[in-house]
Design a protein around this ligand. Structure first.
Ligand SMILES: C[S@@+](CC[C@H](N)C(=O)[O-])C[C@H]1O[C@@H](n2cnc3c(N)ncnc32)[C@H](O)[C@@H]1O
Length: 293
């Protein structure tokens, strides 16, 4: 089945599960990546505008409205937007929500920040180009994007089916090279400059299907920071920061409840205290790129 149709089918049937996941104390990727978007938004005056694409159950837009921003969330799964509206009513939020695919959406105004968390994995590389054009056209003159991605560098140290996949693709060496650029950089600017000039990721091939996780969609793309950064910058933005999301102090396979709780504590600490320290990226399952015009 086509990737976007499969995605829509899956999320239409999983709005209530997503609602639980988004408020789960232990599963924290969602909160962690929202923190990164809040960091970007906080660089804009109160009253500035946010569009959250693929907003799921709406927590990012609702929290942003609570923080004094004008926020709108869109999602192509009606059931997700129904849940967003319940959440907005329950919290007396001014956040607004609409059912729409971003690929058919013409906003009535430009936004200071466009965010997309856990979204680009469900679109093709051509659609990613289309989405980044959309972001450029629909952000204000000094606008920004905050885009979350599954982290392909993480496959090096998970020692799971994803590592096997990279072994078969012959891409481990490039991934290790890019990870070592990250670890060896001494400050954010040096790191970002090195990624700009890094050509290794250009030879990385993406598989059409991926080992399945809890999300029943066969094609969920992953990116390395340099790969995604170069794609975003080729659409007119300049990357200003890359935030690690869901740092794994323990292998993902070690998953009993005590370890899950400890993992969350450590990851929270890193995301709250040290989110701008890019050196946590190779061992984080996701990252968020902030880029400005
Ligand atoms: C993994 S969920 C992430 C939800 C939310 N951003 C979060 O972080 O909790 C991805 C969401 O993107 C939505 N989505 C996928 N493709 C879309 C499209 N073309 N337009 C709008 N929403 C889309 C899905 O319906 C789903 O709710």
């Amino acid at each position: 089945m086509n990737q976007q149709n499969q995605t829509k089918d899956f999320f239409k049937g999983h709005a209530s599960e997503w609602q639980i996941k988004a408020s789960d104390e232990v599963y924290h990727t969602i909160n962690d990546r929202h923190r990164a978007a809040h960091r970007t938004l906080s660089q804009y005056d109160k009253g500035s505008t946010l569009l959250d694409v693929g907003c799921g159950t709406g927590q990012l837009a609702i929290e942003s409205a609570e923080n004094g921003y004008e926020s709108l969330g869109i999602d192509f799964a009606r059931e997700m937007i129904d849940q967003c509206k319940i959440n907005a009513t329950d919290s007396e939020s001014k956040a607004e929500f609409e059912v729409a695919s971003v690929f058919d959406y013409s906003p009535k105004k430009k936004f200071d920040v466009i965010s997309a968390m856990g979204f680009i994995e469900y679109i093709s590389l051509d659609q990613l180009d289309e989405f980044l054009d959309f972001c450029f056209v629909n952000t204000t003159d000094n606008g920004a994007v905050s885009i979350g991605s599954r982290n392909r560098l993480f496959n090096v140290t998970t020692f799971n089916d994803y590592t096997e996949m990279e072994k078969k693709l012959g891409s481990l060496e490039e991934l290790i090279d890019e990870s070592s650029i990250c670890i060896r950089s001494t400050n954010t600017n040096e790191y970002l400059e090195s990624l700009r000039g890094y050509v290794g990721s250009n030879s990385l091939i993406q598989n059409d299907t991926h080992p399945l996780t809890a999300i029943g969609v066969e094609t969920r793309f992953q990116f390395t920071p340099s790969d995604l950064m170069q794609r975003i910058e080729s659409h007119g933005f300049k990357v200003t920061n890359i935030y690690p999301v869901n740092y794994h102090a323990f292998l993902p396979i070690i998953n009993d409840n005590k370890i899950k709780t400890l993992r969350k504590k450590i990851s929270d600490l890193i995301s709250i205290e040290g989110q701008s320290d890019f050196r946590y990226i190779p061992n984080s399952s996701s990252f968020v790129i902030e880029a400005k015009k």
